[in-house]
Design a protein around this ligand. Sequence first.
Ligand SMILES: Cc1cc2nc3c(=O)[nH]c(=O)nc-3n(C[C@H](O)[C@H](O)[C@H](O)COP(=O)(O)OP(=O)(O)OC[C@H]3O[C@@H](n4cnc5c(N)ncnc54)[C@H](O)[C@@H]3O)c2cc1C
Length: 641
Amino acid sequence: MTDTIKLDARIPSGPIEQGWDKARFEMKLVNPANKRRHTVLVVGSGLAGASASASLGELGYNVKCFCFQDSPRRAHSIAAQGGINAAKNYPNDGDSVYRLFYDTVKGGDFRAREANVYRLAQNSVHIIDQCVAQGVPFAREYGGLLENRSFGGTQVSRTFYARGQTGQQLLLGAYQALERQVDAGTVTMYPRSEMLDLIVIDGQARGIVVRNLVTGELSVHLADAVILATGGYGNVYYLSTNAKGSNATAIWRAYKRGALFANPCFTQIHPTCIPVSGEYQSKLTLMSESLRNDGRIWVPKQHGDKRPPNEIPEEDRDYYLERRYPSFGNLVPRDVASRNAKAICDQGLGVGETGLGVYLDLSEAIDRFGIETIRERYGNLFDMYQRITDEDPYETPMRIYPAIHYTMGGLWVDYQLQSTVPGLFVLGEANFSDHGSNRLGASAMMQGLSDGYFIIPYTIGDYLATAKPAKVTPSHPEAQAALASTRRGIEKLLGIKGKRSADSFHRELGRIIWDCCGMSRSAAGLKEAIDRIRTLREEFWQNLMVPGWSSDLNQPLERAGRVADFLELGELMCIDALDRNESCGGHFREEYQTPDGEPQRDDEHYSHVAAWAYTGPDNPPELSKEPLQFNYVHPSQRSYK
Ligand SMILES: Cc1cc2nc3c(=O)[nH]c(=O)nc-3n(C[C@H](O)[C@H](O)[C@H](O)COP(=O)(O)OP(=O)(O)OC[C@H]3O[C@@H](n4cnc5c(N)ncnc54)[C@H](O)[C@@H]3O)c2cc1C
């Protein structure tokens, strides 16, 4: 592994508060009359993709937007529950743009780029105004102001919410803005369409190869720029809180065409999910972190205490987060809450049949505020819990356990959200940008909407006005080569005719990664995981069974392609985790911890973004490093005590 590519993040010089203004002023503009002459492809219609498509359509660009679902409204963003952060300071409790910036850099354990995070905090206040103007029904206080609640890693209330359905309401807002442009003719929507390759011509991203998931037809779409807003890769673990369809194919194939992949091992385990209940489960369900506002987390103090939770008196309960972290209590960041839940269960104090669970108890809040208030705040989450577990959380504490939830890693982008392939921009969870090694709750939607509504409309104009992409046609040899290799890839999957389903390989891969590159990692475990993934991948290419054919709706075929990519990405995650000889945020290397079990960073050697380049099949990836500088929030040992 050698250092090869010099990464220029294009961070504006001067004071951080003025950076984005300065950058915008220095950007070139596309004349309004010329915008319609530029075609932009947007892959993804979640919060990041829908907001980008709507904004670019409104500006007058000719936009084509793709998603694999039957409607943009079904993007995984619809599942987001708890809320979206913004430094509005409505509760007057001490918040500011600077505090949101500070909390995010610290929460990410000093592995994020300061300039990006500052801009994100600045944009946060505009997002709320934009969404309110669209009619997003945020919760309101009695006096009419928008209401706020708290999320982990902060001591202020800055999270705007719409019950436990904030993502759904935000996506409906973005979707309406998108459909308005569809109606106006600036955006053409391509649902049930899966991007399978990126077309790079003369070093610039110029198009994509797409499979129509209903007819199987492959087609080439060319443009002046390509935007990927394709979400995260948490489903590499098989069991996750992500929608079943979420996958890494778009970013992985862009990686193979030259886009660098940053910090792939930075994945987030969420502390409050419904525990795994059986071998054949295919999905995990999140109980929003917002419940930690009013819920208290505890386990019985005594080993083997099998009494029903309501019969265990106060003095026999261990509220371990409140005990260990008196300042933040149940609102410590996700990485801290998850690790503590694992540690307490590893000590044999976990609850439920498997012993892999802790109680999340809202009984005190129900007594204090009344059942109706709690129902208003979290009603849909309680209903969901009851339907899945057949236990009534109004009567008995919920059982929760950590599960994979979000990926901070993703394609490397500079300050303009451009990848290392000119003309390829990456937004939302698909990029690595703003969260360092641990994302704070309610910050993902903020980032996706900041990228889509407030950043890409500027930066894409600068690219188009500067790069002036020449005209290309589908007969271009690179476009035809990408089309042919996609076809060969599909035929290869169908031609193996082995005995195992893609799902069974995926489940096995997920187990390996969860065990060795999940909540805690070690050099020995990661080396073993790399060997096991390679062996599994070999078997995949010899023993995969995909029924049916390519010229039709074929979901096992779709899954097989995605699993093939996960089998490669999983290895890169382990390589990255092995290379990072420190603990930070969600990346907890057992060898590097403080005496009381907190992550031990190594700023001298690892204060950088690790960006990996593809070098061909069976060749090791090459590492480039973007050094991180902290001029405003000085790295310290994170403490929530
Ligand atoms: C259960 C749950 C609850 C959450 N709650 C919160 C919360 O309260 N607050 C918060 O801030 N964050 C939350 N998050 C995180 C947040 O929801 C996501 O990070 C965010 O919605 C991602 O948005 P996105 O637009 O980047 O991607 P997504 O919403 O995942 O959209 C991806 C889009 O890309 C398309 N796509 C993907 N691959 C292809 C391809 N190859 N070809 C064509 N199209 C493709 C999909 O069809 C889809 O339209 C939650 C996450 C989960 C799992």
